[in-house]
Design a protein around this ligand. Sequence first.
Ligand SMILES: *Cc1c(COP(=O)(O)O)cnc(C)c1O
Length: 395
Amino acid sequence: MRFGRPLWAEIDLDAVAHNVQEVRRHIGSTPQILAVVKANAYGHGAVAVAQVALAAGAERLGVACVEEAVVLRRAGITAPILILGYTPPWEANKVVEYGLTPTVTTQQLALAVARFASEAGVVAPVHLKVDTGMSRFGLTPDETVAFARFLAEIPSLTVEGLYTHFASADEADKTFTWQQFHAFLAVAEQLPHIPLRHVANSAAALDLPQLALDLVRPGICLYGCRPSAESGRTADLRPVCSLKARIVRVLDLAAGETVSYGRTWTAPRPARVALVPCGYADGLPRLLSNRGAVLVRGQRAPMVGRVCMDACLVDVTHIPDAAKDDEVVIFGRQGDAAIAVEEVAAHAETISYEILCGLSPRVPRVYRQDGRITRIQTLLGDYDASPEMAVAPGG
Ligand SMILES: *Cc1c(COP(=O)(O)O)cnc(C)c1O
């Protein structure tokens, strides 16, 4: 199987299913799981991940905005979809048309959804968000109680959920998380008619499963990353995404020759460097320049010189067999060696979330399920994998 330039993200859908079950193991059988698939499932492909998460036991999906939800509906997904972010009132028609569940924080949105729902002869479910310490979306506790009473008077709306979001559940010190939880409970007690109460992101679902309430909202852990080094330690998570490429050229440099823009790396001795077709336009942070490493033939090859828009260079002097078309693992496993996306994130002074979400649409997604390649998604479209595709991509 060959397509485009040799760079691809392998998405292990069996790992998504395993990670959903791992959340289930932590929270027990009662709370629902709302799989957070915003930002194209953190870069992994929202439709494929949503289908697998639902099949593995998630009951609901969460996205950031209406358009992300519409993509899932157009793919035939019928599970409830909660819009976690801001919905402007002019999207109320789509909310009703596609049967979505918005988080309402303004009267304008509530009234607009109510009007379209009433015209359609349906009762639209909405969730209310309390701000207990993020200072971001959500109403204050007092506003929430008043707003819930206002919404209760609107016949074409039903307040199905009440939730809050934790600011620091992934830290070892859970004091502020408990404070937020108690502030939330104080509001929930005043609104006992709301059936679904939920607070837990990945970190809380794994570290504080006693806060699961009626539903949990895991995101990052479904993709196989711990929310932070201090959290999710009891979970056996399997990384879902591996970023791979093939060497497109090997160059022999004399001592003193320089590499890439700005000439920030000089060969200290005769050196061999490999050109890897992955750059910052693919989502490889430019901060990895002269910092990161990749795997070639099971060994680490350090990045040398600046990461370019479409390519980067690695030093393979110590890997004498390294050759054109060799597989390069930017993160993921190669034989016994592995580079975690968390390590890439640390080199780039960020978190795994940003690396995963940043993988651009230019990087083909190769889906694996039941141990074989099932689907390939490129800029030019989606392909069902034919039997001859069942070999390594790009080679
Ligand atoms: C993104 C998001 C989540 C998921 O957070 P993770 O840390 O990835 O588990 C949960 N709830 C809300 C409201 C979110 O915006």
